[in-house]
Design a protein around this ligand. Structure first.
Ligand code: PGA
Length: 258
């Protein structure tokens, strides 16, 4: 696995053509020395392709259909997303699990569709506050990971996993680096025990209230392969700052915050 850290922006239901142009200008000025991408709403995929293709930023979507094509009104297939040059598709975000009842089984099907279309799925896993308070975090993460392993087996190495504790999303307060170490350690151990996958063979991101102030502390953790950023990915200057932190943390040695 590459030691380059990955920064993925999740714009959720935000953004515009004008905002994409701002990001393109910022990326051309600062040329982030890390892998970075913006996952935009479907109608902005064409705009992302046109605004970002000459920049170091890549782009992607935030969901896709579990079906390949056909009578599925309102859905968007992975193949359609790929036509716009997208590299990544976020799958199983907790907002979709909660608001649309997405199950681990459906998420695994979507992951397969994204892979079949030649893109990289970013699969979100994580526990709710109630599950954390009930000491269920290991059981929840294990069951989410095992469903992925049942579907993908050792091909999981071609997928990016994002650990996003639901209680840390949109709160302003990220999980502490200590907790992130413990949880990413648990994820690595689960993948090793159940699939013989060595640590670092699957890229595992952290997501949940990542911003320019806490990015370096989180990105410097050896088992954190990158970050999935919501609100803080909507301001070009802040996103570029997070990318700078990722570039400074490109090796697995803990790095120093500015
Ligand atoms: P946040 O969102 O950075 O605004 O907490 C992260 C996410 O939902 O992916």
């Amino acid at each position: 696995m590459s030691d380059t850290k990955l920064v993925i922006g999740n714009w959720k239901m935000n953004g515009s053509w004008a905002k994409l142009c701002e990001f393109a200008d910022a990326a051309l000025r600062d040329r982030p020395a890390c892998e970075a991408a913006l996952c935009v709403p479907f109608p902005l995929l064409a705009a992302a392709q046109s605004a970002l293709q000459a920049t170091p930023l890549r782009w992607g979507a935030q969901d896709c259909s579990a079906h390949a094509a056909g009578a599925h009104t309102g859905e968007v297939s992975a193949g359609m997303i790929c036509e716009f040059g997208a590299r990544y598709v976020i799958v199983g975000h907790s907002e979709r699990r909660a608001a649309h009842g997405e199950t681990d089984g459906q998420i695994a099907e979507k992951v397969q569709r994204v892979r079949a279309a030649g893109m990289t799925p970013i699969v979100c896993i994580g526990e709710t506050a109630a599950e954390r308070d009930g000491n269920q975090t290991p059981a929840v993460l294990r069951s989410q990971l095992l469903q992925l392993l049942r579907t993908l087996g050792r091909d999981l190495v071609r997928v990016i996993v994002a650990y996003e504790p639901v209680w840390a999303i949109g709160r302003g307060d990220a999980a502490t680096p200590g907790l992130v170490d413990d949880t990413h350690g648990f994820i690595a151990e689960t993948l090793a025990i159940h699939a013989g996958l060595p640590a670092h063979s699957v890229r595992v991101l952290y997501g949940g209230s990542v911003n320019a102030r806490n990015a370096a502390a989180l990105l410097s953790r050896p088992l954190v392969a990158g970050v999935l950023v919501g609100a803080a990915s909507l301001q070009a200057a802040e996103f570029v700052d997070i990318c700078r932190a990722a570039a400074r943390c490109a090796d697995v040695e803990p790095c120093v915050s500015p």
